[in-house]
Design a protein around this ligand. Structure first.
Ligand code: NAP
Length: 354
């Protein structure tokens, strides 16, 4: 049976999320019946935008409640589906008190629960897992050991743990578990997406994804005394959704895919925003204009919720990712970072978040 058979529903976990919302929009516009899971389907505020999109699209939306931590939670939603997109996982990088409970358990247990549901559902042929570059590398300093000075799909994050980069740790554990579980059966296959830092306009006014809160803090004065010199591999949320869509239905898709357009510093992003919004908008925003020296960040780290180890291994270290596999295998054409950040801030302004 062809993967893109529109008589079979497709499933998206974490349907209310920033990345998932764009994927669901594409699926509905392509006339699929989409089963989405959210933690609480009675919370209409989180899915209003999807109900609106569904009304204007040929496809059909069906909403189910499921929690990553509850075994059996995905069994109803997965019923009859051929393709499953597993995006749900907490994306939180600051203010974590209990990383085991807040990050590792939902990421890892959620993957086990979802893939167990796939094992029990005879219609499932493909699972597309939203992993991250966080499963590829742990700290920017690892670029020194990367092949040809560039992170690629052969690289694995072996350095993160509960105390150091716990979000990265949760993503690496979850992806490893998925590769273990796919080998134990032969009905469904696994295609993995490894996006960098996702930016670009959101379909909702929510700001709890770290992607959205980071963009808000670029304009609201949070960094007015300066930014750390931190390189991030950036990618547009619409390109990430397109990559998932292609990975779901391309018969010969396989393996991992780094999804990164370009690696830039936060200051480069701030300069792109300043150049655009200073000249076209009467209002002024507190865009950062300089970087804080690494020695100062190292000195103050323990007082601002950072570790000196994190500062040492990440700031002022240039990184690069090899995105050639996503371009050749998924046909992805990346939007420039400038388009991504400018259109993202415009959406945040239009939605009154800053
Ligand atoms: P997001 O908007 O916060 O979405 C995360 C989703 O996970 C939410 O829909 C949330 O559902 C769901 N979730 C969290 N804990 C859950 C639980 N216990 N049970 C069920 N659902 C739960 O974040 P995002 O940026 O779209 O991230 C989506 C995926 O992309 C994640 O796997 C993330 O690790 C990955 N990723 C993101 C980035 C990025 O820069 N944004 C980069 C690389 C990879 P609720 O609505 O119920 O809260």
């Amino acid at each position: 049976m062809a993967l893109n058979d529109k008589n079979k529903p497709v499933m998206v976990t974490g349907g209310s999320g920033y990345v998932a919302s764009w994927l669901i929009k594409m699926l509905l516009e392509a006339d699929f019946t989409v089963h989405i899971t959210v933690r609480d389907k009675q919370n209409k505020g989180k899915i209003e935008h999807l109900l609106d999109i569904a009304q204007q699209s040929p496809g059909t939306l069906k909403v189910f409640s499921a929690d990553l931590l509850n075994p059996g939670s995905f069994d109803d939603a997965i019923n009859g589906c051929a393709v499953v997109f597993h995006t749900a996982s907490p994306f939180v990088i600051s203010g974590i008190k209990d990383p085991q409970k807040e990050l590792v358990e939902p990421a890892l247990q959620g993957t086990v629960n979802l893939l167990s549901a796939a094992n029990n559902c005879e219609t499932v042929q493909r699972v597309v897992l939203t992993s991250s570059v966080a499963a590829v590398m742990g700290d920017n300093a690892e670029i020194n050991q990367a092949p040809d000075g560039c992170f690629n799909e052969q690289c694995w994050n072996e350095s993160s743990n509960l105390e150091h980069q716990p979000y990265y740790y949760s993503k690496a554990l979850a992806e490893k578990k998925a590769w273990e579980m796919v080998k134990l059966q032969d009905r469904w296959d696994l295609v993995v997406m490894n996006p960098g830092f996702v930016m670009g306009p959101s379909l909702t006014k929510r700001n709890d994804s770290a992607s959205i809160s980071t963009m808000v803090s670029m304009a609201d004065g949070t960094y007015k005394s300066g930014l750390p010199c931190l390189f991030n591999g950036m990618v547009d949320v619409r390109d990430v959704a397109q990559a998932h869509f292609t990975a779901g239905f391309k018969e010969d898709a396989s393996g991992r895919h780094i999804l990164v357009s370009e690696s830039v510093t936060l200051l480069v992003m701030a300069k792109m925003l300043k150049a655009h919004f200073d000249s076209v908008n009467g209002r002024s925003y507190a865009f950062p204009t300089r970087e804080v020296p690494k020695w100062l960040l190292w000195a103050i780290a323990p007082f601002v919720g950072q570790t000196r180890k994190f500062v040492k291994l990440n700031f002022n270290i240039k990184i690069q990712y090899d995105n050639s596999r996503s371009r050749s295998e998924l046909g992805l054409e990346y939007r420039p970072v400038e388009t991504t950040v400018v259109e993202h801030l415009q959406q945040i302004i239009d939605d009154g978040l800053v």
